[in-house]
Ligand binder design. Structure first.
Ligand code: GRF
Length: 201
């Protein structure tokens, strides 16, 4: 069984898409063991609670040092048996000690075709405004392995969408978000197949 710990800061639509996939049997041998948000009022926590999944508010703001925050994150991840960490609309950098402990087992989804339009400050509408300003003919979503820098790790899966003439950041965001939801499920299933095969062989 692949145990997912999902980290998010907002409404949690990617998390919801993962839950739907699990409910519909499209992510076999996978379950969500924990949801963590840095925002106590984040929609992702409410979604987790209504699904009966442990939902925790864990934020750097609650701790005197990054070390204490990192200890708390690691303790909760280990206590809930997390095997794969899934960032779903998580706006914070993952502490380096967590990246080291879970090397290769943290995924993130980014609403653009990395390595372009990524990095610090490239989130939400900023991404789509930059894509349109650059007159790109296509954009899309990227699932990548997380390392110590924002949006830099190895790419796992990408899918493109067309940027139409007259596209607005809002219309592009909606198109990309729809692709994200399907892409993340495919990326997690691909990861699960690889990891589970590895354990079985
Ligand atoms: C999505 O665009 C995702 O790419 C980015 O955060 C946004 C919100 O995600 N990482 P969600 O609706 O909270 O899952």
């Amino acid at each position: 069984m692949l145990q997912l710990a999902v980290l998010g800061s907002g409404r949690g639509s990617n998390f919801q898409a993962i839950l739907h996939a699990i409910d519909e049997g499209r992510l076999p041998s996978t379950r969500v063991c924990l949801v963590i948000s840095n925002n106590s009022d984040a929609g992702i926590l409410a979604l987790a609670r209504s699904a009966g999944i442990p939902a925790l508010h864990v934020s750097q703001k609650q701790f005197p040092t990054e070390e204490a925050f990192t200890d708390a994150l690691l303790m909760e991840l280990q206590r809930h048996g997390a095997g794969l960490i899934v960032l779903a609309g998580y706006m914070k950098r993952v502490p380096p000690r967590v990246v080291r402990q879970y090397r290769g087992r943290i995924l993130n989804i980014h609403p653009a075709l990395l390595p372009k339009f990524g990095g610090q400050g490239m989130y939400g509408h900023h991404v789509h405004e930059a894509v349109i300003a650059a007159r790109e003919r296509e954009s899309g979503a990227t699932v990548h392995v997380v390392d110590e820098e924002y949006d830099r790790g190895p790419i796992v899966l990408q899918r493109t969408v067309a940027v139409a003439p007259g596209e607005t950041p809002q219309s592009l965001a909606a198109k990309v978000l729809e692709v994200e939801h399907a892409l993340y499920v495919d990326a997690i299933r691909q990861y699960a197949d690889r990891v589970l095969q590895h354990h079985q062989t």
